[in-house]
Ligand binder design. Sequence first.
Ligand code: FES
Length: 186
Amino acid sequence: MSLDKLFPNKLKCKPVPLIPFTCKVNGEQRNLEVPPTYRLADLICGEFQLSGTKTFCGNGHCGACSVVMNGKLVNSCLIMAYQANHTEIETIECISKGTLHPLQEKLMEEGELQCGYCTPGRVMAIKALLDSNKRPTREEIVEALSGNLCHCTGSGGMIRAIEKYLDESPVSKKSTEVLGGYDDHT
Ligand code: FES
């Protein structure tokens, strides 16, 4: 027997209308229709198939889902799709193109990676920092990483890696060039 016959008075739910959505992701224009309940994290990991961005807590505590939206670091699990409409998004995929970026090589040298789950979000936090501050102090680096939790190694290796990377990077370069990201919003 069908469910309709079993429960003739059950509440009939109307399908949720999709909303038009447009944004630029890593320099590429994306236009689609999305359910209004979608978060930016759902779009990045699902619709856009950008698997570098991770989700873990889903409520803004861990920072694993960090991306840059209009030049600002955001937790993509806390941003609804409509809030990201008509924005420019940068994800970890804009940092390295085929090969590891020098910053990522420094992270490996310093043993910063263990499970690696938090690393994309942390790299995006550093990108956002360097976009606004070419020569951050150690305190500023620690502050920039404070929203990105690591349960394996802590932040010591990452801070050393960033300082090494900065020591070897030309100060005058824009960080988007230094970090290898596309450079469309500067
Ligand atoms: Fe978004 Fe943890 S998954 S902050």
